[in-house]
Design a protein around this ligand. Structure first.
Ligand code: KG4
Ligand code: ZN
Length: 343
């Protein structure tokens, strides 16, 4: 079964073709980073308009790359939420229109389910059950994953997400948007230990996170003055170390608590090199398996939506259930993951 996946929840237009027998056939991505950069963050109206410009050319591109015609598409999966309402509507409208035109099923996919299952697209896919650390611009969650749609929340951020902590610290340091990769790059030139930053909730005994205090600590330190570029790099390095310390400690605690030995990381922040190194170290020391998807699958992309959609559609087929037919252009900008049902 050939599924076209469409991702337009934020500032990336992603399209991909996933075949249930042959795997990922083609994917294409357009990042709006350059467009939003001068505004210091995502401008929702500009994001929607750009998705309109990009979506059909990218769809044509993946079909050409796979050497297939539109008529070969068996189903269409699109990100229904959570995300920016206007941006999501573009993907939903194109998905439903294509579904009507081709007479094929259309399925709305939960963006975070896409992230959660994306490690299974990698060369060495993890097996259920596993613990997932989902770290993106909007979410920081530890989840027990027992199967498709069988997710138990173990802990989450009570305030800022890990990606937000990166982005806000980067902004305070005068770095551009998106801040995560920029802060990580500056941190490469710095040394940890020169500044003292908090590791919020490190010893709280639960699996929740809090990152807003870290941003305040970075702001306070900057307000006292940083003498030179090396000091900026050292502060970036310490901010990254503080975030990574907490993410690693809580992930290991989640594995202990659940008795599981496989950890999967997903979401934009899981592209962070330092986080990956620290988790790989811990895996060696504690005899754990850590799955890190390829960096291209960590940030938003169409492949994860095509894949998650395909898994859900195949489960419906196996159960002999009706497939969702094209219908109204509905999106869910706020859509709790816990409301999903098992496939
Ligand atoms: O999953 P994602 O692409 O979009 C959301 O669904 O939010 O995640 C974006 C987040 C941003 O906060 C970005 O700064 C962060 O992921 N990010 C990184 C890195 N690459 C992206 N944070 C730290 N290090 C990176 N290398
Ligand atoms: Zn995302």
């Amino acid at each position: 079964m050939l599924t076209l996946g469409i991702e337009t929840s934020c500032d990336e237009t992603g399209v991909a073709l996933y075949d249930s027998e042959r795997g990922l056939l083609a994917q294409a991505l357009h990042s709006q980073v350059a467009m939003h950069e001068r505004f210091g963050g995502v401008v929702p109206e500009l994001a929607s308009r750009d998705h309109i410009r990009r979506l059909l050319p990218l769809t044509r591109q993946v079909l050409d790359e796979a050497g297939l015609a539109k008529s070969a598409i068996d189903a269409i999966a699109f990100t229904e939420g959570p995300g920016l309402a206007g941006a999501l509507l573009v993907g939903a409208a194109v998905a439903q229109a294509l579904g009507y035109a081709l007479g094929k099923p259309v399925l709305g996919v939960h963006h975070l389910e896409g992230h959660l299952l994306s490690p299974m697209l990698s060369a060495d896919p993890p097996a259920f059950p596993f613990v997932a650390l989902l770290v993106s611009g909007g979410h920081t969650q530890l989840m027990q994953v027992d199967g498709i749609g069988r997710y138990t929340l173990l802990g989450e951020s009570v305030d800022d997400a890990a990606g937000e902590a990166f982005d806000k610290s980067a902004k305070l340091l005068g770095l551009g948007y998106p801040g995560g990769p920029a802060l990580a790059a500056l941190a490469e030139r710095g040394q940890a230990g020169r500044f003292d930053l908090p590791r919020p909730k490190l010893h709280s005994g639960d699996l929740d996170f809090s990152f807003s205090g870290l941003k305040t600590a970075v702001a306070t330190r900057i307000a006292r003055g940083l003498p030179d570029d090396q000091a900026r790099a050292d502060l970036a390095c310490e901010a990254q170390a503080a975030i990574v310390d907490v993410l690693v400690a809580k992930s290991l605690a989640a594995l202990r608590q659940t008795g599981l030995s496989t950890l999967v990381i997903a979401g934009g922040v899981s592209a962070n090199r330092r986080l990956r190194e620290r988790l790989a170290d811990a895996a060696l020391r504690h005899g754990l398996r850590v799955h890190c998807p390829e960096p291209a699958l960590c940030t938003d992309n169409g492949a994860m939506i095509a894949f998650a959609g395909s898994l859900r559609l195949q489960a419906l087929i196996r159960a002999g259930a009706a497939l969702p037919q094209p219908g109204a252009i509905d999106v869910r900008p706020r859509w709790p993951l816990r409301s999903l049902t098992a496939a």
